[in-house]
Design a binder for this molecule. Sequence first.
Ligand code: SF4
Ligand code: SF4
Length: 395
Amino acid sequence: MPALKRRQFITSIASGAVGLGVAGRLQARASDVPASRQEIATPKIKKYNDLGKTGLKVSDVSCGAISLFEPNVLRYAYDCGVNYFDTAEVYLRGKGETYVGQGLKGVRDKVVITTKHIMNFDRKIEKASVIKRVEDSLKRLQTDYIDVALVHMLEDMAPLLKNEEVLRAYDELKKAGKIRFTGFSSHSAKATLKQAMETDFPQVILVMYNHMEGKEIEPLVKAVRDKGIGTVAMKILAGNQQGNLKGLVGPKTSYPQSAIRWVMSNPDFDTCIPTMSSYSHVEEYVAASGQPFDRASQDVIARYREQADRRYCRVSCMECLSACPANVAVNDVLRYAMYFEDYGMERMATDYYAELEPGRKPLACAGCAAPCEGACPHGLPVRARLLRSHEILTA
Ligand code: SF4
Ligand code: SF4
């Protein structure tokens, strides 16, 4: 099937757009969008949710701008009705924010922009340096305010809540109108969501949630949502391994569409942020907006789970960590390898790995009896995966 027709088919099967007129549905600016895209019946966001009690209304399917190389893809997402865009200071070493600024120029007041900053609480952090980093993000984003500023990859709230410099920086930025809401992203939601109940710092949280891992955090997500905190799901494609698995393109729904439907069938999540790196991603993911987790989606998810069960490291489970005598950061290393191999984000993955303390890298695995494998409830070949991860992340 030619590429254009294949994409049109993917869009049409899930959006019910087959047979609808193209004219009038095309919202993207003609000057920005390739001619081939203008021939496609553009899918539209069908559902908007309250983002906690922030007063913001956000599309149920939103945009993760993590590996973006074409700013007009974002503009196309906006034209399809996506209004929540998530980036980070670290994505593409700042270029992620630059692309978001370029792609959303002229529609700033109609979108919600989230960006994230990593805080290394093992080092001294000055208030002025936090303010400077946020102001640099504002310049790259071509805006004078960030809707949601998240502390990036916060795995324990305690160091943040004790750090007066960081808290005062966010407070001053809020008072100056440069940040509207604060929060955090986390891969350790079991711990951080409990802590979020005890403080007013987070108005929005971004956590891992997908059909392979996340059931255990559902009561906590409900609790923070009931408290009025906005809830955003990330890593919703459960490793993005569909390219290596069989039987995942059904006649009615694709794997990513089924994964989105699964996540958004939980009413405690306000939105989700699959990575939108291409026009095809936008069309495929937006077509899942407002769609139920129906029988066809359930079948696709069941096939993925069956095949990925022993391949996918549930990053948030951490059951193997205490079994390792060498203190290897198993879940982090395997997550960076996932960014490299399955998400195609090689540079960011190697950057993250380079930042990992040498003592937490899998340098002792080659001569180890691998007690981590006995501790892994999912039967992953942990040692082999770690050795390969080190190889690709240091090549
Ligand atoms: S194989 Fe590596 S990760 Fe597993 S227990 Fe041994 S040193 Fe730790
Ligand atoms: S290797 Fe197994 S036990 Fe360790 S974090 Fe991954 S899924 Fe959990």
